[in-house]
Ligand binder design. Sequence first.
Ligand code: PNS
Length: 168
Amino acid sequence: MKKIAICPGSFDPITNGHLDIIKRASTLFDKVIVLVVINPVKTAAFTPQERAEMISVATEGMPNVEVDTYNGLLVDYLRQVGATAIVKGLRAVSDFEYEFQMALTNKMLLPYAETVFLTTSAQNMYLSSSIVKQVAQFGGDISEFVPRRLHKRIKERLGPRQGLPAGE
Ligand code: PNS
């Protein structure tokens, strides 16, 4: 039986930290589905379709990685596609409480599914989509933070001209 894992997240936008986790997950499972989950609580800079498209570009050349979008309970998606694992990256202690809570909730809802935590690579410890957005909004260099092929697109969307007017 094929082992299918889901890498869920907001990915607004995908960072090099996400990409590293996806790449490493793709060596552990037969198939990895990167799932852009719509979180109504978060205000997003990119639409779910745009985020999925950027992930597709970033994961080109990873034959067992697919991308999808979803608006619902993660465990329902796992059931639909026959996945048995959820892969998440853990950066620091600060991630732990939230991730642990989600992992236990998902375990209650779908006991056969396992959450697998991969420790983030040292160079990505500090990285998050929010940090990328903040740096880009003020015209900073995001080239070390996001996949190379997406620099231009992310800068164009988030760059200073698209940010808040001075003083706000
Ligand atoms: O990148 P994020 O925003 O930290 O990812 C959080 C995400 C999308 C994985 C989480 O919010 C999620 O799984 N949402 C789907 C709704 C759900 O299943 N909630 C119950 C598990 S806590």
